[in-house]
Design a protein around this ligand. Structure first.
Ligand code: CP
Ligand code: NVA
Length: 309
């Protein structure tokens, strides 16, 4: 059994194995219906318990499809209906109960400490479905999407992020080390990644450049990523933050400073950080990106359950 909490803590060879497995499984499903099970139903009889402390559309649905296609099932808990927190049940007791009834636990949480605590008490794998500091299932799936579109290992591509220094970027930075790719980050001066993230990147020989000018960041980029300026439960002065990012919108003008075939990716939901024209334009692959979460999360589940081939 293995947890999937941050990309930083998972060996690069295991992350590569997950991507390779996802590729094979996706190819084999070409003529399958949505709920048809993969050959051999490798997670037959297994229950994934999902819990969301924050809103989610894609993570919820893609994990549902992922476990179903592997032959298992899922139940989704509402955090505010559990004894944990409101009813005063300890996290350790809740973890014991989850481990008694289920086989895996996928948690979207507003506390990194909580997921770490769960990992201590659970005897089943826990998967981080987004926390304040990272969004590892999203980013691993995005690496898969980039390689599928560009038909090259990501280590041979120039990757760029224009936007807020948030959980998704933290995971992309971790991925840049694990998959050895160059990463340009474009963001306003006071919105750069936190020191502990940059220190980790530096100690792990990350190939990262930070620009406070979006035009410089996107130069020579094969792929441009972005995400909402205001994240879920972001406790900031929203008007000021959006104003501070006004020169960092990904629009046709900014795209003209990148390569002609630069791919645009965005994990959704979106806000003012991207123009409609770019988001729905010919370089955008955001819908394929969302779909691929199903394929990659299946291989993440198999990794966690010790069933990755
Ligand atoms: N990208 C993503 O995680 O979307 P949801 O918040 O809808 O799950
Ligand atoms: N950074 C965003 C990602 C949403 C999928 C957030 O945390 O809200």
């Amino acid at each position: 059994m293995k947890h999937f909490i941050t990309l930083k803590d998972i060996p690069a060879s295991d992350l590569r194995k997950i991507i390779t497995d996802a590729k094979k499984r996706k190819q084999k499903r070409k003529n399958y219906n949505t709920l048809d099970e993969d050959k051999g139903s490798p997670l037959k009889g297994k229950l994934l318990i999902q819990m969301f402390e924050k809103a989610s559309s894609r993570t919820r649905l893609s994990f549902y499809l992922a476990i179903k296609q592997l032959g298992g099932g899922t139940i989704t808990l509402r955090a505010n209906e559990l004894h944990l927190g409101k009813g005063g049940e300890s996290l350790a007791d809740t973890a014991k109960i989850l481990s008694t009834y289920g086989d895996g636990f996928m948690l979207r949480t507003d506390s990194d400490e909580k997921i770490e605590e769960f990992s201590k008490y659970l005897t089943i794998p826990v998967i981080n479905g987004l926390s304040p500091s990272s969004h590892p299932t999203q980013v691993l799936s995005d690496i898969f999407t980039v390689e599928e579109i560009k038909k090259k290992p990501i280590s041979k591509l120039n990757i760029c992020w224009v936007g807020d220094s948030n959980n998704v970027l933290n995971s992309l930075i971790a991925a840049s080390v694990k998959f050895s790719f160059k990463l340009n980050i474009g963001c306003p001066k006071n919105y750069e990644p936190k020191k502990f993230v940059l220190d980790w990147a530096k100690n792990n020989k990350a190939k990262i450049n930070i620009y406070n000018d979006a035009k410089k960041a996107v130069k020579n980029a094969d792929v441009i990523f972005s995400d909402k300026v205001i994240s879920l439960n972001d406790k900031v002065n929203k008007t000021k933050k959006i104003r501070d990012f006004k020169n960092f919108q990904i629009n046709s003008k900014l795209m003209s400073f990148a390569k002609k075939n630069t791919t645009f990716l965005h994990c959704l939901p979106r806000g003012t950080e991207v123009s409609n024209e770019v988001f729905l334009g010919k370089n955008s692959e955001v819908w394929l990106q969302a779909l691929n979460r199903v394929h990659v999360q299946k291989s993440i589940l198999l990794y966690c359950f010790g069933k990755l081939r």
